[in-house]
Design a protein around this ligand. Structure first.
Ligand code: NAP
Length: 258
């Protein structure tokens, strides 16, 4: 399927690895020019070079912390953008009783206020053009709380509320905003979480992965390529009637009828 977005320009945040990289690859395959971002320069440049080689699209890199005001300003200076994909590292695990006000503020800043600030910055340009797509990478924790990830449950729920209202205010101007909710995907983050289980329980990595895979009806982790393809569709010409949705990509792991 031709996604109808060849020549569009996208900002993909936190995209040198993992899900963000999967999105960048899928958009590049559809002919979209990219601004990529991550904190570490080396992986960012390697990812950008690979994408330029494979897809012959323009790729600008901005090495910056997207959760900082200065980082966001550096990235936004590369605008305007037709497509915005927000993403950042997830908050650390822990116990509900341990987190301080500062822990909550950090998580809310990174996983709620950062994507909101990015949307506030790019939406006026999209509205003026009469076309725009925004996808926020959130988490399955928005629909089904993950006990150890209370900071994520909390901050991402706030973002979800903002999107629910805002998406409906800009839809009439040709701008579609949606959230993609990843379940377990085979990225560095998933491997780090498995590594913690290996350490804590003294089991092998293969056993830790098999145990988590058994909780997913699809029987395996998702891939960054699958995630990227779904996101690229939401950024496509064809997705203009999908507004304010929270779409689970979890292999069926969330046991719910709706
Ligand atoms: P990942 O494999 O660890 O990749 C994270 C990417 O984001 C890297 O390119 C990293 O590069 C960049 N990054 C992290 N913090 C950043 C920041 N402050 N500013 C700019 N770039 C930043 O992680 P992932 O698995 O793709 O996860 C992406 C998001 O999805 C996270 O919020 C995660 O919580 C959420 N999620 C993931 C899963 C999963 O199973 N993978 C499930 C549910 C939710 P640098 O470190 O160089 O900055």
């Amino acid at each position: 399927m031709d996604l109808g977005i060849r020549g569009r320009r996208a900002l993909v945040c936190a995209s040198s690895k993992g899900l963000g990289r999967g999105v960048a690859e899928a958009l590049a395959e559809a002919g979209v020019d990219l601004v990529l971002n991550a904190r570490g320069v080396e992986a960012l440049e390697a990812t950008a070079a690979g994408i330029r080689d494979r897809y012959q699209v323009s790729v600008v890199t901005v090495a910056a912390d997207i959760t900082s005001e200065a980082g966001r300003a550096a990235v936004l200076a590369e605008g305007p953008f037709d497509i915005l994909v927000t993403n950042a590292g997830g908050p650390p695990p822990g116990l509900w009783s341990d987190w301080t006000r500062e822990d909550f503020l950090r998580a809310i800043d990174a996983n709620m206020l950062t994507p909101i600030a990015l949307m506030q910055a790019v939406l006026p340009g999209m509205i003026a053009k009469g076309w725009g797509r925004v996808v926020n990478i959130t988490s399955v924790s928005v629909k089904a709380p993950i006990a150890a990830l209370g900071l994520s449950n909390t901050a991402r729920a706030g973002l979800t509320g903002f999107v629910a209202g805002t998406a409906r205010q800009v839809a009439g101007r040709g701008v579609a905003i949606n959230n993609l909710l990843p379940g377990i995907h085979a990225t560095d983050r998933a491997i780090a979480l498995d590594g913690a289980v290996v350490k804590a329980r003294g089991i092998s990595m293969a056993a830790a992965i098999a145990e988590r895979s058994a909780t997913i009806p699809a029987g395996r982790y998702g891939t960054a390529a699958e995630f990227g393809a779904a996101c690229a569709f939401l950024c496509s010409e064809h997705a203009g009637f999908i507004i304010g949705q929270n779409i689970l990509l979890d292999g069926g792991a969330t046991n719910a009828t709706l």
